[in-house]
Design a protein around this ligand. Structure first.
Ligand code: FES
Ligand SMILES: [Fe+2]
Length: 359
């Protein structure tokens, strides 16, 4: 199904309700677009020492791609397939120190760079080993110490992330530490794109988030659009915490409470004075979305302004709304809406990008 969203927000209508109800469109986005997009893996301290491997699933329950992040003994990082090239067994299950990646099924072994190393009972196999016997390798890119990969990238990492790399060049990503006890996963009864729609505008903040609204200076709140990401700049109200920005920051002189970065199609990097809340939106099915909140904190007094309760309360307020919107768009009487030209630039940007990738 093709969708059209006018590039002039003053004339445009939103994606129609049929977009959120179409299984064909849902599958098409996953199969054609999520596989080509850059996805967040985690911080490089997932691999605390050389000769270390960390297995993970890329977008569990949707892309479901078994991968392994490896730091070899020279300290080089790689992202490899975690599936044995013999008959498809999962290679490793647990993070830890490894000398080789060895398959427990029939004993095939790989070096930590993914090269085939050995296999019993294959002495008489012809043209063996060949290229197909090595582990497939994926690209690995960094934003500070955060690692990203893509299964079949169609855009350079820099094309997507350069605005963030430039704007946040001063931000000490390397000082952050992952805090699993302060992280949380939410399952929500909504379409994944409705969850993103809601994230992409601050228009609802005064209506839906009373306490966040106190911390923000709503009239200064603005959205900046880049090619494949956008930024909502949360300006702090009187008395709320704000960044101490260096002179060479574009935002020097402003009181910034938070940088809310969204990266097409499903990543949110919420950058605060205390650290970062990374939100990964995982499409499960037409009516179910999982959102993984990963919390990275500074290990000093900067983390004093972190409140898991505040993040959770805001999330509950958002979930209540998006679950009701999900029910609302199923209505036979709702077809589509219009955008506020001043307050819904981020949602318009998202809908434009979606309309361009779904043919
Ligand atoms: S599947 Fe790995 S050795 Fe057979
Ligand atoms: Fe919200």
């Amino acid at each position: 199904m093709a969708y059209f969203v006018d590039k002039d927000i003053r004339k445009a209508t939103t994606l129609p309700a049929s977009f959120y109800k179409s299984q064909v469109t849902f599958n098409q986005l996953l199969e054609q677009f999520f596989v080509s997009s850059w996805q967040f893996i985690g911080h490089n301290n997932l691999l605390p020492s050389p000769s270390y491997a960390y297995p993970f699933m890329l977008l569990e329950d949707s892309l479901d791609e078994p991968l392994v992040l490896v730091r070899d003994k020279e300290d080089d990082l790689r992202c490899l397939s975690n599936v044995c090239t013999h008959r498809g067994m999962f290679l490793i299950d647990q993070p830890g120190k490894y000398r080789l990646l060895s398959c427990k099924y029939h004993g095939r072994a790989f070096n930590l760079d993914g090269q085939f190393r050995s296999m019993p009972e294959f002495q008489t196999a012809e043209n063996f080993p060949s290229e197909m016997d090595h582990l497939p390798k994926l690209p690995l890119k960094r934003l500070g110490d955060f690692l990203f990969t893509a299964l079949e990238p169609t855009l350079d990492f820099e094309t997507v992330f350069q605005p963030i790399l430039d704007r946040m060049a001063w931000f000490p990503f390397e000082d952050l530490v992952y805090h699993p006890e302060a992280s949380r996963t939410y399952t929500i009864k909504t379409h994944w794109a409705l969850y993103c729609d809601n994230y992409l505008e601050g228009f609802h903040v005064p209506f839906v988030h009373p306490s966040l609204n106190n911390a923000l200076d709503y009239k200064e709140y603005d959205t900046e659009i880049f090619d494949y990401c956008n930024l909502q700049l949360g300006v702090a109200s009187e008395g709320a915490p704000s960044f101490e920005l260096p002179k060479d920051s574009l935002d020097y002189g402003k009181k910034i409470l938070a940088y809310y970065w969204w990266v097409f199609p499903n990543l949110m990097l919420n950058i605060y004075t205390w650290g970062i809340s990374v939100n990964i939106v995982e499409p499960i099915d037409l009516h179910t979305t999982r959102v993984v909140f990963k919390t990275y904190l500074f290990e000093d007094e900067r983390s004093k302004d972190f409140s898991q309760q505040d993040l959770h309360d805001t999330e509950m307020e958002d979930e209540e709304v998006v679950e009701r919107v999900h029910k609302g768009v199923q209505s036979s009487l709702y077809q589509k809406g219009r955008f506020s030209p001043t307050k819904e630039k981020g949602v318009h940007h998202f809908h434009r990008l979606l309309s361009q990738v779904v043919q």
